[in-house]
Ligand binder design. Structure first.
Ligand SMILES: C=C(C)C(=O)SCCNC(=O)CCNC(=O)[C@H](O)C(C)(C)COP(=O)(O)OP(=O)(O)OC[C@H]1O[C@@H](n2cnc3c(N)ncnc32)[C@H](O)[C@@H]1OP(=O)(O)O
Length: 298
């Protein structure tokens, strides 16, 4: 499926389509308004975190710098992600920014004076990739600018939902450098070589509608509806068996690494292994008995 419709859409379809029928019957599914809320009380300087029922939300919070992704900000994202990864009550994670900017890229002021030795010896930007080790589904809810590292951060997530004013781009060429956090690799996989090459070589931006048409984002919603729409999707995913959701995410992501034959075989083996879980028995039995499933591996 990934090879036909792109990762952002494939992840969403794969994770959502498991059982629409079951979801409509599932009493544990809660609407965003009825979900328990708990706001962040920790000492983060650059992000806010909160829980809404089984969904965690990380909000980038450097408004004066348009959420430029400083080392400190990325470090805090990694700490929060790890905490939510370990939190059994959380089933999916949303990462978002402000109405003006998801993130305007890596922090240029922080990078400006670095030498090659600083960059190389410090393995600059390497810590960003920690995000890709998180096994719970991550939705990037993007309003405003997602440029450079901001676009790359969104592409590291599993699903991108865009507000209608969102703007994507890889403007590094204008700064005398190149994308350094997966942009040259992930963008080409998301939208194909010609479009990716044009964006990266010109530094031009892509608006939300064009980003959806190109397959970079799974859907576009009115800017003011972005968080609610992302929450509905995240909440639905979080209501399924967590072990199955993680298997699903891992299998979809394997299409990035494997050729078709290996990928199909890997998928079949993971599919087989779902038959070792309680939740496969429960899900199928609930369908047969016309009742809502009660997942064990929440
Ligand atoms: C991984 C890598 C290598 C990278 O990501 S490199 C960075 C790629 N990103 C970019 O090149 C985008 C840089 N930003 C911009 O082009 C413009 O800020 C935008 C996004 C078009 C918005 O323009 P405006 O609305 O006019 O806002 P603008 O006044 O430029 O920005 C507001 C503040 O945010 C700061 N800012 C914006 N993007 C920043 C960034 N990437 N790094 C550091 N500061 C940034 C900007 O310097 C300004 O600060 P100050 O008020 O102290 O001057």
């Amino acid at each position: 499926m990934l090879r036909y419709i792109g990762k952002s859409i494939a992840s969403k379809q794969s994770l959502l389509n498991q059982s629409t029928l079951v979801m409509t019957k599932n009493s544990s599914f809660c609407t965003t308004s009825s979900m328990l809320e708990s706001k962040n009380t920790s000492n983060y300087q650059n992000i806010l975190t909160e829980k809404r029922g089984r969904v965690a939300i990380i909000t980038l919070n450097r408004p004066k710098a348009l959420n430029a992704l400083s080392d400190g900000l990325i470090g805090e994202i990694n700490i929060a992600m790890k905490q939510f990864q370990d939190d059994k009550d959380i089933g999916s994670i949303i990462i978002t920014g402000s109405e003006k900017a998801f993130a305007a890229g890596a922090d240029i002021k922080e990078m400006e004076k670095k030498t090659f030795a600083d960059a190389y010896n410090g393995d600059m930007l390497a810590q960003w990739h920690d995000l890709t080790t998180i096994r719970k589904p991550i939705i990037a809810a993007v309003n405003g600018y997602a440029l450079g590292g901001g676009c790359e951060l969104a592409m590291m997530c599993d699903i991108i939902i865009a507000g209608d004013k969102a703007v994507f781009g890889q403007p590094e060429i204008k700064l005398g450098t190149i994308p350094g956090c997966g942009g040259t690799q992930r963008l080409i996989r998301a939208i194909g070589k010609s479009k990716a090459m044009e964006l990266i070589l010109t530094g031009n931006n892509l608006n939300a509608v064009d980003a959806e048409r190109a397959g970079l984002v799974s859907r576009v919603v009115p800017a003011e509806e972005l968080i609610n729409e992302a929450l509905k999707t995240a909440d639905k995913i979080a209501s399924y068996s967590q072990v199955t959701v993680s298997m699903c995410k891992e299998t979809v992501n394997s299409a990035y690494e494997l050729n078709l034959r290996e990928g199909i075989k890997f998928e079949r083996r993971i599919f087989h292994s779902t038959f070792a879980t309680h939740d496969q028995k429960e899900g199928m039995n609930a369908f047969v008995e016309k009742r809502s499933p009660s997942w064990l591996n929440k």
